[in-house]
Ligand binder design. Structure first.
Ligand SMILES: [Zn+2]
Length: 238
């Protein structure tokens, strides 16, 4: 139980860090899979991530039904998360955000690729999901499991996918690594736009990307996590 309590506190911290790092504004969300029940995940009630507190954390089935809502109103787009957990047993945490740098890549079809070593965990090529292809004119939100599953299909085996005219999804093997990749996806977008304005870019090769990603250890991630905890005014636990 104590371990679960720690994980839920970490989920609160993850919300605050995403806000403090400018990855989410008043919108966007992060979830973590239940460590003892792979068919459940945890997520805040619908609230700006910067304001999330422990009492906001709710448990959901993979289909997005709250287990014990107690009057709390969930996020509309929770299906993004459940569908990713359903398709990918290896995924333990999911972030959905609208970080500004990724938007131009989603609408131009310009492929995002890792531009420097810190960004390797975004994957060699970031796919783009266009909801319009299957669902026609929508409000762009992911409000059903059908849309969530279609997005998960585009994500495939990767860690990231862009959503046309909307934002992105980032998944990972544990919560801290997923936040780490979310931060560096945004940085990659900014740097790639700058570099491409200067000329032809020599990106990391597929092999380089895989080597860097394979050597991005929890110790690396924790160095960033500790720093980000302090900046977000949250306690750091190793
Ligand atoms: Zn969204």
């Amino acid at each position: 139980m104590a371990q679960l309590d720690d994980l839920l506190e970490e989920l609160v911290t993850a919300n605050r860090i995403l806000a403090s790092q400018g990855i989410v504004d008043s919108f966007g969300h992060v979830t973590v899979r239940h460590p003892d029940n792979p068919k459940r995940y945890f997520m805040s009630r619908g609230r700006a991530p910067e304001r999330v507190e422990i009492g906001d954390i709710m448990e959901f089935t993979l289909e997005g039904d709250p287990v014990d809502a107690r009057g709390r109103k969930p996020y509309l787009e929770r299906f993004i998360h459940g569908a990713a957990y359903e398709m990918r047993p290896d995924v333990m945490a999911v972030v959905h955000n609208h970080s500004p740098g990724v938007i131009p890549f989603g609408v131009t079809g310009k492929k995002m690729r890792p531009i420097m070593h810190m960004c390797a965990t975004i994957g060699h090529e970031v796919p783009i999901w266009d909801q319009h292809k299957k669902f026609g004119d929508t409000n762009l939100l992911v409000e059903s499991m059908a849309a969530g599953r279609d997005l998960a299909k585009t994500l495939g085996k990767g860690r990231t996918a862009l959503m046309r005219g909307h934002g992105c999804i980032v998944v990972g093997p544990y919560l801290r690594a997923t936040i780490y990749t979310s931060v560096y996806l945004e940085l990659n977008a900014k740097l790639q736009m700058q570099a491409e304005a200067m000329g032809k870019v020599r990106f990391l090769t597929k092999g380089e990307t895989e080597k860097v990603a394979a050597t991005t250890t929890p110790a690396n991630v924790n160095r960033a996590w500790e720093n980000w905890c302090r900046k977000a005014d949250r306690p750091y636990k190793e």
